[in-house]
Every structure is written in C-alpha cells, then in structure tokens.
Ligand binder design. Structure first.
Ligand code: GAR
Length: 188
C-alpha cells in the first residue's frame, strides 16, 4: 500500500517535483497527500497544480501565532494520515506545535555538507569560501536552523568558477538523494 507523505516548500519546488515524479513512476511507493506552501507566489504551487497534487497554501502572517499556523498544518497532516514530512526548500524554523506532533517524522534537505554552511544561502556561502567539495545533506528536523541528526549525505566535487553550473550540479544531486533517502526511510 502506498504511504502518505507531505512535502513543504517555499520557493521553486524542484525537490518537491523530483519526489512527486518518483511517486508517479513507482520509484517511490508513496503518494504526496499534500504539498504545504507558505508563500502564495511560490513556483512550487504551479508545479503541484500541474502535477495534480493537492496544495495547502498558508501565510503565517494570516494567523495570530506560529502555533495557530502550525496547528492548521498538523491537523491537515493528521487527516491525511501522513507518515513522513519532507521539507524541500521550506525556509522556516519548525516550531513546537509541529515538532511535538510530528517530531522524528520531519526531514529536511540542505545544499551543503552540514554542519558546514547552515542557513538560506549555503551554495553561495560555500562557493565564496572557496570550498572544493560541496554536497547535500538530509537530516531530521529539530528546533535549530539546519540542525538535527544527519540521515544521508552526498559529496559534489567542483573546482570550477561558474556558480550557476555548481547550483545545477547540487540540485541534480539533491533530487536523487532525496528520493533515495525517502525510499529508505519508508522501508524501515
Ligand atoms: C534546495 O537547494 C534546498 O536544499 C534548499 O533550498 C533549495 C530549494 O530548492 N534548502 C535550504 O537551503 C535549507 N536551509 P527547490 O525549491 O527547487 O526544491
């Protein structure tokens, strides 16, 4: 039986799409029950609609508190019997409400070899630093920024000078690692 997962995004949604396509072609024995987006103009919404995946678009500023915002999300996850929550470019620290209800079931992807270069600009930061081995990390989510126990990593060696080329290589590595890691976690 297919397992219900959720994907959270704030931006482009390319990782969301990689997971969605893997669900559609049977690479992953899962279905994305809902794609949660916190930015009404995120391109992830367009991708979800074109793939026929339900989207829940909620702006935190429309709620009296972060708890209320996360309560609405967690209630939806409950209704969908979601077993695993995949953060995919969801640019928010997860708060107490989601952690207390889904802790241990929330994972995140980050475009660097954590604990190096946490934050929202990891590729740019590591490129400017002069890194020669870049990479991708998938980790469990806790209350810290890009913290939590590491599940999987892949290295992306790059010694060139074209950041766009580097970004494309990292995103390609992300899409594969995310699908492979979700598959492993759902098998455990
Ligand atoms: C991805 O590179 C992801 O690793 C990064 O945001 C991008 C989202 O791309 N996440 C972080 O930096 C988390 N700190 P996408 O919307 O195309 O999947």
């Amino acid at each position: 039986m297919k397992r219900n997962i959720a994907v959270f995004a704030s931006g482009s949604g390319s990782n969301f799409e990689a997971i969605a396509r893997a669900c559609a072609d049977g690479t992953l024995n899962a279905r994305i029950a809902v794609c949660v987006v916190d930015k009404p103009r995120a391109y992830a919404i367009v991708r979800a609609e074109s793939l026929g995946i339900p989207v829940l678009v909620l702006s935190p500023k429309d709620f009296p508190s972060k708890r209320e915002y996360e309560k609405e999300i967690a209630d939806r996850l409950d209704r969908e019997n979601v077993e695993l929550v995949c953060l995919a470019g969801y640019m928010r620290i997860v708060g107490d409400e989601l952690l207390s209800r889904y802790g241990g079931k929330i994972i995140n992807i980050h475009p660097a070899l954590l604990p190096a270069f946490p934050g929202a600009h990891a590729i740019e930061d590591s490129f400017r630093y002069g890194v020669k081995v870049f990479g991708v990390t998938i980790h469990y989510v806790d209350e810290t920024l890009d913290g939590g126990k590491i599940i999987s990593q892949v290295a992306v060696p790059y010694e060139g000078s074209d950041i766009a080329e580097l970004e494309a290589m990292i995103h390609k590595a992300e899409h594969k690692l995310y699908v492979d890691t979700v598959r492993c976690l759902l098998c455990e």
